[in-house]
Design a protein around this ligand. Sequence first.
Ligand SMILES: Nc1ncnc2c1ncn2[C@@H]1O[C@H](COP(=O)(O)OP(=O)(O)OP(=O)(O)O)[C@@H](O)[C@H]1O
Ligand SMILES: [Mg+2]
Length: 576
Amino acid sequence: MAAEQKDLEVERVAEEMAKDMKAISVAEFFEKNRHLLGYENSTKALITVVKEMIDNGLDACNEAGILPNIDAVVKQVGIDRFRISVEDNGPGIVDTKVPEAFGKLLFGSKFHRLRQSRGTQGIGVKGAVLYSQLTTGKPAAITSSTGDRKVHTFRLMIDTVRNEPHIVSHDTEQNKSGWHGIKIELELEGKYIERSQSIPEYLKQTAIANPYANIKYSGPNGVQKFERATKVMPPQPKEIKPHPYGIELGILKRMAAFTRARNVTGFLTSDFSRVGKRSAEQICLLAKVDPKKDPRKLAAEEYESLHKAMQMVKLIAPPTNCLSPLTQKLIEDGLKKEVEADYYVSITRPPSVYRGNPFQVEVGIAYGGKFDPSATVTLYRFANKVPLLYHQSSCAITDAVAEVDWRRYGLQQSAGNLPTGPAVILVHFASVWVPFTSEGKEAIAKYPEIIKEIKLALQDAGRQLERFVRQQRRARQSQMRRQIFERYIPEVAGALDALTGKDKAKIAKDLESMLKRNNKEIEEEAEKAAQEEQEEQEDAAQNGTAQEGAEKEAKETKETKIEEEDEEIGEDEGEA
Ligand SMILES: Nc1ncnc2c1ncn2[C@@H]1O[C@H](COP(=O)(O)OP(=O)(O)OP(=O)(O)O)[C@@H](O)[C@H]1O
Ligand SMILES: [Mg+2]
């Protein structure tokens, strides 16, 4: 009897629980978990809002090939209240899409594309609107024009229960000036600082990584202008298709469900990059799947074996024109513009791949100048040209910098830590998909392939830095030596005058020219020795990697040749 009663009680609880079950809107989720988007405190909230708005403006300008002009205003309107506005000169957004772009989470143009951009998730600016309405209850104002005859202004809020925009008002005006772009204005609770992690610091680093942008910032303490150092914008990245090596089973199934291809071979060649007809046939053979079958109608086991076979067949790496690195020149231009130093060096590594995603690492070092030689170096981390200001210790970039032995390159370092010395180290990670550790986009996940590439770039730059540090040290030593001798020349000349009776002034002159000659010889000898030492080091380093490099190159050439033939046939098949 007691057991029966217990069963009834369990049933009742299950029924009660079933009544409470309902879907959770993504907007409600982030309303509760705003820290995941970078809104855990009011100082950071202010920076995050400005960052999301400016990153979007730069993305839009890049996409339209427009040299960016960004105008950001932060105005204090209460003890802990700020009004923020950011305007860009990008292509704007057509009026029908404005409400969702700013009022519906997980809505955007970048998520489904495999191409480098600052944003990807379709969340960024909505996080700002959400935080604003959460802390002030006020709508955000968005003004947009695509350069046509109308300028649209929407005042909107996010209906968090439905994750839909709630339009408070929509006004249109004549576009007399032909203006195009987006202006977004909102009010929020915040705290303003100008030290380390701050809006000016974010802007300074943004100006380094985007030296082709003009940014005007009017903050509570005055106006700051970050003028463009160049009118050359990096080439536009191209969109690519997914590479089989990076694909997961669930995604493969979804792609098969929506493909336009009529058979499996066509699906593989037209919906993936680097799969030609021969590779597709090889995949089908390995997977024991009929290549003529309709890709939408495979059995569950067939998708699984297809997925496995896709990882086993040899394919060349994905194309890398989907990336838009800064390039060595722009890194140096950017650093020179914002960081005063004696020496600059930059390195752009060739593209590489993690989980099928192409990526590229770039490094810049600014050395000397007014930096404190006894302080830890300043580390600038960038992901797709966006500065990462927070979560430094959780980031792959930090690990890579700490793992390099900087003592070989003229800096101080205690094992496993960031180096010490008068330097700024800049690392740029560019990829079609940045593996951020959270939606707040603050740190890069520690994939071994990524850490390895960053270290190689740092070591390349380190070797060049070492040469400069050594030259500088030698110049200092020789100057000290000269100064010591010079100090004693008058006394020695006087003593020799007394001993020999010769003219004191002539003796001093002879001694000075002797010193000059001597110094020159010593310097030349030291230079020669240093050069020999450097060549020895480079030979040793090259011997270590030469064999590995030659093997890799031979393998890649062979694979490329096979695949290029394959591609030609594959493309026809894909379109068929
Ligand atoms: N200033 C702008 N100019 C043109 N389009 C914009 C602008 N701001 C936003 N958009 C459009 O609105 C979309 C949503 O922006 P949002 O910041 O929410 O997401 P995202 O930039 O795609 O990704 P992320 O969440 O990583 O920032 C963008 O994908 C883009 O299409
Ligand atoms: Mg964005």
